[in-house]
Structure formats: C-alpha cells, structure tokens
Design a protein around this ligand. Structure first.
Ligand SMILES: NC(=O)c1ccc[n+]([C@@H]2O[C@H](COP(=O)([O-])OP(=O)(O)OC[C@H]3O[C@@H](n4cnc5c(N)ncnc54)[C@H](OP(=O)(O)O)[C@@H]3O)[C@@H](O)[C@H]2O)c1
Length: 346
C-alpha cells in the first residue's frame, strides 16, 4: 500500500468534517484529523467560518499533547497571519511530525505553508484525494485563483424567455417553490447584484425569507450590491437590509467585482434585471446560470437577456446543463459555460 492510499480514509473523514463549515463568508470549508502512529484518529476539527479557528487549530485544541502525531487536512496549512495565526506555525509548535494534505492553497498571501513545514523538518505529503477535495472547493478555489468572485446569473422567465410584462411588472413569474429556492440560493451567496433599473422598478428587499415571507434572522443574509450610476432612492427598501447595502455608482463590472474580491466576497448571485444580466454575460463574467422557467407566455419585448453582440449562430454562447429540476409547476435549469477554444469559458 502506498503512503497516499494509507491516508485516503482519514482524508475522507477530514472532507466530511469540512462540509460542516459554511460556504459563505470568504473562507474555504476545511477539515482536519490528527492520527497517532497506528493511524487511529485521536482528534478532529473543522473551520466554522471567517474569524474562527482554522481546522488544524480546532483539532489541536482537543489535545494537551500532540507531539509526534500526523495531521491530515483537506487544504494546505496556511502560512499567513490574518484574523488568526498561521496554521503552519501552530502545527510546528505542537510538535506534529507529518502533514498530509489534499489541495494546495491558491491564495497569494496564505500559500507557502508546505514549504514552511518542510523547512522546520516536518514530513509533508500533498495531493491525497485531491480531486474529491477540489470538487467541494471548486467555487472557492476558482474565485481565489482568479481574484474575482464566482458569478451565478439568475433569472426567472416565461417559456418564451420573457422576464417581465410590457408594463414592467414581473412579480411573480414563478410559483412559491421556485421562489423559496431563490431564497436558499441567496443564502448560499456572499453578495447579490442588482441593477438600478430593478431597484427603481420593483424596490426589492433582497433578503433571505421563509415560506411565509418572514425574514430569517438566523440565516446568513448576503449583502445587496446596487450596480449602476443612478443613486439609490432615499426610501429604497434596500436601505433597511440587515446586511447593509453597497452602492457602487458605476456600470463598470470589472471594478465592481474587484472591489467585492477585496472585501473577501467569493460568491455573487446576480438577480438582474435583463440589462445587468446581459452585461454580465456579454462581458464573459457568468460562471453559472440559474434559470427559472415558468409555464406561461408573455410575448413582447421584455426579454430575459438582451443583445449580447452575437450576429451568427456559430458564435452562440454554448452552455452545458448541470441539472434540471421541477419545482411545483416551474423548472430550474442550472447551466455552466462549455469551455472550448472558441468559447473560452464565456
Ligand atoms: N424576471 C426576472 O428574473 C427579473 C429580475 C429582475 C428584474 N426584472 C425586471 O426587469 C425590469 C428592469 O429591467 P432593467 O434591465 O432596467 O434592470 P436592471 O438590469 O436591474 O437595471 C438596468 C440599469 O442598471 C444600470 N447598469 C448597471 N450596470 C450596467 C451595465 N454594465 N451596462 C448597462 N447598464 C448598467 C443602468 O442604469 P444607470 O443609469 O443607473 O447606470 C441600467 O439602466 C423590471 O421590470 C423588473 O421587474 C425581472
């Protein structure tokens, strides 16, 4: 049995533990187990979110003496002092003699933990169950490596692709089950992007609410971000949002996303309307689509997506379907860009 395979089972446990962590808040989900020299798990830990102990430190906190143990952790131990100290130093100080991890840390500031551990004489084994862990951390890893948040574009439309009626009304195209799913998707995001057009037309709350429309106070509330040059009206409902509101005052999507990245925002949910959604798609910034389709027809000009600058079918933005689900009478289609040389992930 190779050393790598020997650590598969404890890494699987570390992966399970990592899933208890939260997907929002900027930090990755990380799990850690500590093994004695027979391979028995003697302590477990996971990261509960930004500002709380990292998984390695959480696992170490359960023991008074960790000398000679092996740490199995889903992400390379960090090497930087942020809101908490570097995990590489904590492992060295605790006398850990071997560190096994799955995926390297892509962060410019936090990477370098493996090197630091080796320099202190700790044996380091990288890459154990890397594919499984990468799958769980795909969105976070992509956002950190690219230095911009992962962008999901959501819209609700009729089967003929209309997002509003000719008088501008669009509440509600879909039924209760679909709208409830939107609230779940909001809760799994760090920020919600909305154009000034929707703010002026609908005065949305953009909060995470329950079945009866009640605010879910114990649920994570992503911050709403208003994109566009017009000011937010003084009496806008967004001014009462529990997470506050970010007014960008610009249409420059690159600048908006760079600013959100600097705030530690990794997951953005774009709730439209059609002008903003189209601009995001046209700029090649959409990583995922959440399209709610209602069995209704509206006809007319209020399309869910406007002009993308595509003149011929060969230039169509090709997507692949990740899932299709029926929610009450409606359908939810999740799709992602097909990555080909002609369609560079757009
Ligand atoms: N069915 C759905 O899923 C859904 C969702 C949301 C809204 N809606 C409906 O959509 C309608 C509003 O549509 P809309 O297209 O006006 O809303 P929008 O996309 O929310 O807002 C458009 C405005 O955003 C600003 N903007 C921000 N970034 C921009 C960019 N990169 N390029 C161009 N403009 C940018 C511009 O205003 P500035 O002059 O301020 O820069 C623009 O006029 C309403 O009827 C609403 O009910 C439907």
């Amino acid at each position: 049995m190779t050393q790598q395979v020997f650590y598969d089972a404890p890494m699987r446990r570390a992966l399970e533990l990592s899933e208890r962590g939260q997907v929002t808040g900027g930090n990755p989900q990380v799990g850690c187990v500590l093994l004695d020299d027979t391979g028995r798990i003697v302590a477990e830990g996971w990261h509960r979110g930004a500002g709380t102990p990292h998984a390695e430190v959480d696992a170490l906190s359960h023991l008074t003496d960790a000398r000679g143990l092996t740490a199995v952790v889903t992400l390379e131990p960090c090497n930087h002092t942020g809101r908490t100290g570097p995990c590489s130093e904590a492992l060295i100080a605790a006398g850990i003699t071997r560190v096994v991890y799955a995926v390297s840390d892509p962060g410019r500031e936090s990477a370098g933990g493996a090197e630091r551990l080796r320099a202190a004489g700790v044996e380091v084994i990288p890459g154990v169950l890397a594919t499984d862990v990468e799958q769980l951390l795909h969105i976070w890893l992509t956002a950190v490596a690219r230095r911009r948040p992962w962008v999901t574009v959501k819209w609700a439309s009729t089967l003929d692709g209309r997002a509003a009626a000719s008088d501008g009304t669009s509440q509600w195209i879909t039924g209760t089950a679909a709208r409830q799913r939107v609230h779940e998707q909001r809760a799994a995001s760090d920020a919600i992007l909305v154009g000034t057009g929707t703010v002026y037309a609908d005065d949305p709350q953009l909060t995470v609410r329950g079945d009866a429309g009640e605010l879910l106070r114990h649920q994570h509330q992503p911050v709403p971000v208003v994109v566009g040059e017009r000011p937010l009206p003084a009496d806008a409902a967004l001014r009462r949002h529990p997470a506050g509101v970010i007014e960008t005052g610009t249409r420059d999507l690159g600048r908006v996303l760079a600013d959100l990245d600097a705030r530690g925002i990794r997951r953005v949910y774009v709730e439209g309307g059609p002008t903003l959604a189209s601009a995001v798609v046209a700029a090649g910034l959409a990583d995922e689509y959440a399209i709610y389709l209602a069995p209704a027809l509206l006809g007319g000009e209020k399309l869910a997506i406007g002009d993308l600058g595509i003149r011929t079918i060969a230039d169509a933005r090709r997507l692949h379907i990740v899932s299709v689900e029926q929610l009450g009478e409606d359908l939810l289609v999740i799709a992602r860009p097909t990555r080909t040389p002609e369609n560079r992930g757009v």
